[in-house]
Design a protein around this ligand. Structure first.
Ligand SMILES: Cc1ncc(COP(=O)(O)O)c(C=O)c1O
Length: 319
């Protein structure tokens, strides 16, 4: 999905102020722009017509991860995760969003000078934009294992969304698309299946759901955690976190990606080989519909995942 440039009048949070996106600019010598020293997040919000409300999905967990990971680059974010979630809801109200949205928080080294050595000058911003479906989930995606290996934790920690590390994902996506695939699948240096360029990966094999462990250079996805909960609690499926070999991708009944942007994306072919029947499978289909119901506020057991934007009183939140 190619996203359009957002409306420059969109109100964003930048330098501790609400200002139009068109005025939220940085100096060309900014450290993060030159050396990749920033940490970003991705959060979704879904507008539910029936309840006339916009639900941010697990914003506090995302902001906790963001603050933790920014600490890896010694970037400080001066607000609590809960205050950041409230600020994001305020941004949605100020823009009057009544559609699905995507939230992009970014924290970065902001000094404008030459030299890699980082200093204490940090900045952060939050942008919210309208955001529809990432792809047509009925068709399923075609994926390809790429020759680029996943960044190693010993080089740049892939458990954090570090700007500079996403060059790895850009190269992988570029190679995969040139090879006729929609998305890339990374292997670790040891040859274990890791992440895709922007998603976590699951296989369904021998009646079990299997996903790579945190030690295989994955990003510890929040959607991954949601899917594990839904699979165990709503489908009584056994979920195993273990290393996956490349060839398991070719002999599994189902393969699918999970991520804030793609939600649950069934994979119908890997390396030009059909997965299972070559059609979108029943497990991914069921999980996707559970995820959609839960993130639109239709499953009461999962309301704690949601931060309502237009019904924001503490009493309502506790409800
Ligand atoms: C490399 C990578 N893996 C996995 C994910 C999925 O993480 P989450 O479910 O928290 O969005 C992302 C999200 O953008 C990602 O960039």
């Amino acid at each position: 999905m190619k996203t359009e440039a957002p409306n420059p009048n969109t109100i964003v949070w930048f330098n501790e102020k609400f200002i139009p996106l068109g005025e939220a600019n940085v100096n060309i010598l900014t450290h993060a722009l030159n050396y990749g020293t920033g940490v970003f997040e991705g959060i979704r919000g879904y507008f539910e017509e029936k309840q006339q409300d916009l639900f941010l999905v697990r914003p506090v967990e995302h902001y906790q991860r963001w603050k933790r990971n920014a600490g890896i680059l010694r970037i400080g974010i001066p607000k609590s995760a809960t205050d950041l979630a409230a600020l994001t809801a305020e941004l949605c109200r100020r823009n009057g969003f009544r559609s699905h949205v995507y939230v992009r928080p970014l924290a970065y080294k902001c000094s404008a000078r030459i030299g890699v050595a980082p200093d204490e000058n940090d900045a952060y911003a939050i942008v919210v934009v309208p955001f529809g479906d990432y792809f047509d989930s009925t068709k399923g995606l075609r994926a390809g294992v790429v020759s680029w290996r996943r960044v190693e934790d010993t080089a740049i920690p892939s458990r954090a969304k570090i700007c500079g590390a996403y060059v790895n994902s850009v190269l992988a996506t570029d190679e995969a698309r040139h090879n006729g695939h929609d998305e890339a699948i990374f292997l670790t240096e040891e040859g274990h299946v890791s992440d895709s360029a922007t998603c976590n990966l699951f296989i369904f094999r021998n009646g079990k759901l299997v996903t790579p462990p945190g030690t295989d250079n994955i990003l510890e996805g929040i959607t991954r955690a949601s899917v594990i909960d839904l699979a165990r609690n709503e489908m009584r499926l056994e979920v195993v976190e273990r290393s996956i070999s490349r060839s398991e991708l070719y002999v599994s009944d189902e393969v699918f990606f999970t991520g804030t942007a793609v939600e649950i994306a069934p994979i119908v072919a890997v390396d030009h080989r059909p997965v299972g029947t070559g059609e979108v499978g029943p497990v991914a289909t069921k999980l996707r519909s559970l995820y959609v119901e839960a993130t639109r506020g239709r499953l009461l057991n999962y309301r704690q995942w949601l931060w309502p934007v237009y019904r924001t009183t503490a009493a309502d939140k506790a409800a």
